[in-house]
Design a binder for this molecule. Structure first.
Ligand code: AMP
Length: 107
């Protein structure tokens, strides 16, 4: 079950700060607080989805399209052309925040 008090839900609600890169009606992108590469951004949809399964199965087509467009916009804002995207899914994969997110990493 989705935990409304996870750290990314709090960032969307403005309850804790984030170093924002891009934001629109569908998604928010910000810098990772503990970067694992020179550039390390996170993109999260504005909705309550635990992981990529939940997002793909339950988010509206409009939100899914908006989210992936926001990933693209974030890449443009970061000014990179070569990068890695990661969506950890489940504890054993390394997922620690259970609000669906995509990592964008570049060096
Ligand atoms: P994951 O391990 O895929 O669930 O990724 C969660 C990521 O969120 C980790 O890389 C954390 O460093 C990052 N993170 C946790 N809290 C914050 C925060 N308040 N602001 C930015 N990034 C965060």
């Amino acid at each position: 079950m989705y935990d409304k008090n996870n750290v990314f839900a709090k960032i969307i609600r403005g309850e804790i700060p984030a170093d924002k890169i891009y934001e629109d009606d569908y998604a928010l992108a910000f810098y990772n607080i503990a970067p694992e590469s020179k550039i390390h951004a996170l993109v999260i949809p504005k909705g309550e989805f635990i992981n990529i399964y939940d997002f793909t199965e339950n988010a509206s087509t409009e939100l899914q399209t908006g989210f992936w467009n926001a990933v693209n916009q974030t890449v443009y804002k970061l000014g990179v052309t070569e990068f890695r995207t990661v969506a950890n899914t489940g504890k054993s994969s390394g997922q620690t925040v259970f609000h669906f997110h995509v990592h964008i990493m570049a060096n």
